[in-house]
Design a protein around this ligand. Sequence first.
Ligand code: SIN
Length: 281
Amino acid sequence: MTLTIEPSGQACGARVGGIDLAGPLDPETIGAIRAAWLEHHVLAFPAQRAMDDDALERFTLAMGGFGRDPFFAPIAGRKNIAAILREADETSPLFAENWHSDWSFQAHPPAGTCLLAVDIPPRGGDTLFANQHAAWDAFPEPRKAEVADLIAVHSAKLAYAPDGTYGAKDAGRSMAIRPSEEARATQTHPLIAAHSETGRRGFYSTLGYIVGIEGMVDADAFPLLQELAAWQARDEFVYRQGWEPDMLVLWDNRSVLHRATGGYEGHRRELHRTTIAAFAG
Ligand code: SIN
């Protein structure tokens, strides 16, 4: 099987052809996908017409196994697939509209995420990605020392605690979100982290799941995190992924931030999502 890899020409992202992800996935093919993933950070596989939930699970297992997905109920009959869903008449705020790296508040956050198109609106609903290696490389040299060794405090509380964005006040949402007190737990990670496979350094996660900096009072930490968040998502680091029916997109949570966008009012949008476990070496 020969993969064709067409880089987006933007800050990250490539379109991959020449492969049926629902077919046999031999180690050589998975190795080639993995190499492309590490290089481009976001891979879009169009025209995966045979891809269903079984094949999505097989592919996720081949890429490193399932991550643990808190705060979502899985779709019926599956333990590891969640639906990213918005009904045509839904009026609740968009899900995942803020920049984030999936589940960065975990002790061992997922290396990657797969999203499989199920129901794609005729316009809008693009997913944006921001390359955090590029953001770090371009960060002004004199400022690097100021942040290079900081330890960020992560938590899911602002989103998934009962009083968070997706908590009790979040009425009318079709997605099966399950807020919980568990969301208040905290976990630390380096603010500038080395990628677990390439060793390349970059900003890891951002304000939202990052709720503070170890050893720094909030009055100092928040303005800094806000300033960094604006830097991390500058236009020159961003890639826009448009969706097509039957497309699967795979991204690397260790090197990109992502966020959802709207623009499909009056249309249904559904994608099936799995997370790929932390890299075990
Ligand atoms: C997500 O953050 O998992 C969802 C992204 C999207 O809906 O585009």
